[in-house]
Design a protein around this ligand. Structure first.
Ligand code: BGC
Length: 810
């Protein structure tokens, strides 16, 4: 069943009912200021850091779901309704929500009045614009009351939802004309405030939630709206809202619009006040002056559209499959931008309070983003490297605002260091900018110890080289990519964190997955060394990589597939000798991508085993058989009921590793089959089963052991976005950035007869035609550039702006 449709021309997903299986959301904002925006206008805003600088309040896991947002109430006689249905839930005569790139438009109508809510964050400004347009489609004059409402968060979202004995006495506001200023804690240690304003004169306002809503009412029936009259409340302490009341009279056919702005403003510390206790409103005045008129809003929306059109022109494919086109050209790249911005901090499933920026997460997110805005990727790499420890290990997370590592979680996730090599390599392959390797980066944010980024890469590589276990495989530490495989944890107490209980430096438990990473990214590291003239070190790295390959082929090979790990007692995990969890997906994908066993049949066997033992109609499950018992020696992975999360769920993040591995083996038919199974645009028709948004990937789909097989969970913030884009753009459609230039190496279904692709790379736009009249799955017979044949399949770099390329497969 579908709950909407793709409008490809507009690059929008159009939701046609407010009652989607779960809230289907969008992200507003691209750099500093962000809003989460659901199909019923739920969600919240924050500046830079979802935990520390949250502007508006949101209640996670509430009942009803999706509680809190920017709500606009229309009172038309006795009928009170919202254009997005929530929170009054008054049945609407019509409804649609268009989620587009960085904006959403909700249109609802009731009793002859149409209300359109356009929401977006303008490029370069720290605010969310909400333009409400009311149209009288009836044949009588309508006099309407329009009430706005947001609920302010007291900035630190965690504190805001826990520390009520203090919080109920701190809230402060100012109200001048149509503008509400939220200034809690501004009088002491903050130099920022929020502003919520409308561009027309108001009838009244409210800033106290108790006054506006009523102590025992809810957002569905605020007392002020029921009575059609604001209280003009100026809040002191308790809970703060921003609400405007406007009166509108519309003759038949008439319409009027209102521009609401919710913004973040900051003052220099010595210019905080314009009078004792009165905030300096200059930054707010300047911001609001930019969005006073509808024409200004139109211009800002145009800027936003242009911004996205330009970004998406970097990689554009035209195949016969419209679903594939919409995924690659729009939604997958869009999601890559969102995951780059958010890491795993703020979604409808990530509360924005916990995780900050993940080290491995951010490095991987960059793989799918680097082609869009390389300069931002560069900055991010340096931020990440600055948090690394001197011994090459890393914090597992850092806070985006302070850019410092999170000491509470610490380090010891032993895959983390190698991801740094992965993202630096991706950045240089995209840009050719080797100068990044000379950038001085700190250790643990201590800049007195800064060394060039190249040295950081070496520390990463050496960390894994030095920290190996009895089988010469890398020690796993607290966990590797699979956060839930906690082999040194042995937790028997409820409430203990699986990730940080037990020693991080367990000297025995090993990971074959990290070994695969070491081979893959060790090779990429060696390429960088050679390209920068350090042949001696490159030779050493190659030898170490060969040693690790041998260790994998020896202790890491189970006979039909790659072993997953060795536990703290040196027993294998993911082996036929295990009772449960005999085969895992991760080492099969990573080792084959790294080239291990490709020449001797092991890679092929491993992928055959994946197909035979892990494949389902909704994707490849993480392991089989699922753990039915809690295994003390394995940790969190066995804490989930069978079929969920890492315990045999379909983890969308690692499915593309198998598709990439199939491409390494030249199997285009199978690679696409794997790719499509978890791909949301192909699941639109079963949205009642899949439940999450059909335009973005979710982290996990319930596996075949779960009663709800096929049900997606935790949409948006997942490394799946970057890996599927890497998979489809590089491994399958075959545009691979290398240090020397773009390599063309497609791997496609045999019946895909050809496609066209535009790729802008290092200043040149390549218009590439792939011809597969031969009906092969892989193999490039010839390449011509502007009509002239070239040797091999790497496009020579050129000063030309546009180049025509023809690739003949065969
Ligand atoms: C985490 C990743 C991790 C994955 C698998 C995600 O929730 O963000 O860092 O690799 O789960 O456990």
């Amino acid at each position: 069943m579908k709950f909407g449709y793709f409008d490809d021309e507009a690059k929008e997903y159009v939701i046609t009912t407010p009652k989607t299986p779960l809230p289907w959301i969008n992200y507003l904002g691209s750099q500093d200021f962000f809003g989460l925006f659901s199909n019923t206008a739920g969600g919240y805003d924050f500046y830079k850091d979802a935990k520390l600088l949250r502007l508006t309040r949101y209640r996670y896991n509430n009942c009803p779901l999706d509680n809190g947002g920017r709500y606009y109430y229309i009172k038309d006689g006795d009928t009170i309704w919202n254009p997005g249905w929530q929170p009054t839930q008054t049945p609407l005569d019509s409804y649609s929500c268009r989620h587009g790139l960085g904006y959403s438009v909700i249109t609802g109508s009731k009793n002859g009045v149409e209300a359109k809510l356009e929401a977006f964050v303008p490029v370069g400004d720290s605010c969310e614009i909400n333009r409400i347009t009311l149209t009288n489609d009836s044949d009588v004059t309508k006099t309407l009351d329009l009430f706005s409402m947001v609920e302010f968060c007291l900035w630190n979202a965690e504190d805001d939802s826990t520390n009520f004995q203090r919080n109920f006495s701190t809230g402060e506001v100012e109200v001048i004309g149509s503008t509400i200023y939220h200034k809690t804690e501004y009088r002491e240690r903050r130099n920022h405030y929020a502003v919520y304003s409308v561009n027309k004169p108001i009838e009244g306002f409210d800033t106290s939630r108790d006054a506006f809503v009523g102590v025992y009412n809810g957002f569905a029936n605020p007392e002020a709206v029921l009575e059609g009259k604001s209280r003009n409340s100026v809040a002191h302490g308790w809970a703060l809202v921003g609400s405007h009341h406007l009166k509108v009279t519309l003759t038949p056919g008439a319409c009027e619009d209102f521009v609401f702005v919710l913004g973040y403003c900051e003052n220099p510390v010595d210019q905080k006040f314009e009078a004792p206790g009165i905030i300096n409103k200059k930054p707010a005045d300047e911001l609001l002056a930019k969005y006073k008129t509808s024409a200004q809003v139109d211009a800002a929306l145009d800027d936003l559209h242009n911004y996205w059109n330009k970004l998406l022109s970097t990689y554009r494919v035209d195949t016969e499959d419209e679903r594939l086109n919409r995924l690659v050209n729009v939604w997958n790249q869009y999601q890559c931008m969102v995951t780059f911005n958010m890491s795993r901090s703020a979604s409808y499933y990530e509360s924005g309070m916990g995780r900050g920026m993940g080290f491995r997460d951010s490095c991987q997110d960059l793989l799918g983003f680097v082609h869009l805005i390389p300069e931002r990727a560069r900055e991010r790499i340096i931020d990440i490297a600055n948090t690394q420890f001197e011994d090459g290990s890393t914090y597992h997370q850092y806070q985006p605002l302070t850019k410092k590592g999170n000491a509470a979680i610490g380090g010891g996730f032993n895959d983390d260091p190698l991801w740094l090599i992965a993202c630096v390599s991706a950045y240089i392959r995209e840009t050719g900018d080797f100068s990044i390797l000379d950038e001085k980066c700190a250790f643990d944010s201590d800049f007195s110890k800064a060394v060039p980024l190249m040295e950081h890469l070496d520390r990463s590589f050496c960390y894994t080289t030095k920290n190996r276990g009895p089988h010469k495989l890398p020690l796993i530490g607290r966990a590797d990519w699979n956060d839930c495989l906690n082999l040194n944890c042995f937790s028997a107490e409820p409430g203990e964190s699986f990730q940080i209980t037990g020693p991080s430096e367990g000297p025995v438990a090993e990971s074959v997955f990290i070994a695969g990473m070491y081979v893959k990214y060790g090779k990429e590291y060696s390429d960088l060394l050679r390209a920068t003239g350090n042949t001696a070190r490159a030779d050493e790295v190659d030898m170490l990589v060969a040693d690790m390959t041998a260790a994998i082929e020896d202790a890491g090979w189970d006979g039909e597939w790659f072993v997953r790990a060795y536990d703290a007692n040196s027993n294998p995990v993911g082996s036929h000798v295990c009772e449960e969890g005999q085969i895992y997906i991760e080492p099969q994908g990573m080792c084959v991508m790294a080239g291990v066993g490709v020449d001797n049949g092991k890679a092929q066997k491993a992928l055959d085993s994946v197909k035979e033992r892990l494949d389902t109609k909704y994707g490849i499950v993480l392991l089989q058989p699922a753990y039915t018992k809690y295994h003390l020696e394995l940790g969190e992975i066995s804490s989930y009921p069978p079929g969920y999360k890492e315990n045999a769920g379909i983890f969308c993040h690692n499915n593309p590793w198998i598709a990439c591995a199939e491409a390494v083996m030249g199997h285009g038919d199978r690679a696409f089959e794997v790719f499509k199974k978890t791909c949301p645009v192909y699941l639109e028709e079963i949205s009642e089963i899949h439940r999450t948004e059909p335009y973005v990937y979710c982290q996990m789909v319930a596996g075949c052991d779960a009663p709800s097989h096929g049900e997606g969970k935790n949409s948006w913030l997942t490394g799946t976005a970057a890996w599927t884009f890497t998979c489809i753009s590089q491994y399958l459609l075959g545009i691979q950035p290398t240090l020397q230039g773009l390599q063309l190496n497609p791997c496609i279904p045999h019946d895909m007869k050809g496609y066209k692709l535009d790729r802008t790379y290092r200043g040149t736009t390549y218009h590439i035609t792939f011809d597969n009249a031969a009906g092969v799955e892989k193999g490039v017979k010839s390449v011509t550039v502007d009509g002239a044949p070239i040797e091999g399949n790497i496009l020579p770099l050129t000063d030309k702006k546009e180049v025509e390329v023809v690739v003949t497969m065969g």
